[in-house]
Ligand binder design. Structure first.
Ligand code: S3P
Length: 178
């Protein structure tokens, strides 16, 4: 993306429960754009929930579906796209992110992600079971470099969806901090 150009789409990346969907919906409604979420598209394709795909078909099949969905959604125009938390760390993911896409990492700590995910209920197979904080910490550490490939990083711990949508709007129109 050349500085000053309006992007065709915004891609939100970040760990589970980093606020990708809530920020994405807010931003899309302000822009009058569509909102698309990887997990929702995957569920529609597979005809079952993410948890069911993991338990019945395995994570590799989930990642295959996720890659197909990414390929399709990352060509949409006037669309805010929320990726799944694991997608940016899959091989080849960032090759799908074209120059006309504005990518934003919503940064959150493992502790806050785990707390939020617990409040939202058990829809995330990778956070099910014991030692959840240890697992989230290890996963986030392993994925951090892939999230960092986003063009912008915003603090999703201190700021809520409304403020983050504001900030992204400013970045889109070239008035935000870089
Ligand atoms: C995953 C994150 C989830 C979902 C799946 C795997 C991950 O999406 O795609 O449970 O590997 O971090 P959210 O980030 O929307 O929770």
């Amino acid at each position: 993306m050349v500085n000053g150009d309006m992007p065709e789409r915004v891609l939100l990346v970040g760990f589970m429960a980093s606020g990708k969907s809530s920020v994405g919906k807010e931003l899309a409604s302000r822009l009058g754009w569509d909102f698309e979420d990887f997990d929702t598209a995957i569920k529609a394709r597979a005809g079952k929930s993410v948890s069911q795909i993991f338990s019945e078909d395995g994570e590799a099949e989930f990642r295959r579906l996720e890659s197909d969905v990414a390929e399709e959604l990352l060509t949409r125009s006037n669309t805010v796209v929320a990726s799944g938390g694991g997608w940016p760390a899959q091989p080849g993911s960032w090759k799908m992110v074209t120059e006309d896409t504005m990518s934003v990492w919503l940064q959150v700590s493992p502790a806050v992600a785990v707390g939020r995910a617990a409040e939202e209920g058990g829809t995330r197979p990778l956070l099910d079971g014991g030692d959840v904080l240890d697992r989230a910490t290890a996963l986030l550490l392993a994925r951090e470099a892939s999230y960092r490939r986003a063009r912008y990083t915003l603090d999703s711990e201190q700021y809520g969806p409304l403020e983050l949508a504001d900030e992204i709007m400013k970045l889109m129109t070239g008035q935000g901090k870089t």
